[in-house]
Ligand binder design. Structure first.
Ligand code: 5GP
Ligand code: ZN
Length: 111
């Protein structure tokens, strides 16, 4: 997807504050953090949302979720953290490239 901002970040065409990268995944700080720690984990390959995923995405989805507690620990979220995947307009999704939010460092009850 040429005009997708997260694809551009994944390709290094737009800057981001990266915290993790491997062949399949990238994680970086959210530009408008909702809490002291707010990271986004994306697959490098474009998929618009969780609703567009199928069996072929099972492995990468698993890797994204398994990365979350590691990044949370790296960022000092020893008491826990919140993971959020907004899906579709009705789910509050704004950027249509699959991403997991990792949020923590404040009272997470109402975030
Ligand atoms: P969504 O509502 O789609 O789940 O969340 C999209 C998130 O991406 C928002 O929290 C927003 O702040 C973040 N975001 C949007 N554009 C950029 C960007 O260019 N760079 C970074 N680092 N985050 C972005
Ligand atoms: Zn994309």
């Amino acid at each position: 997807m040429t005009d997708c901002i997260f694809c551009k970040i994944a390709r290094g065409e737009l800057p981001s504050k990266k915290v993790y990268e491997d062949d399949e995944l990238l994680a970086f700080h959210d530009i408008h953090p909702a809490a002291p720690v707010h990271l986004l984990v994306i697959p490098k390959l474009h998929v618009a949302s969780l609703a567009e995923c199928d069996g072929r995405h099972g492995e990468v989805l698993g890797k994204m979720l398994l990365l979350a507690p590691k990044l949370a620990q790296d960022h000092g979220l020893v008491d826990g953290f919140k993971t959020v995947i907004n899906t579709g307009k009705g789910g509050g999704q704004v950027v249509f490239h699959l991403h997991v939010h990792i949020i923590g460092g404040a009272n997470m009850a109402h975030v």
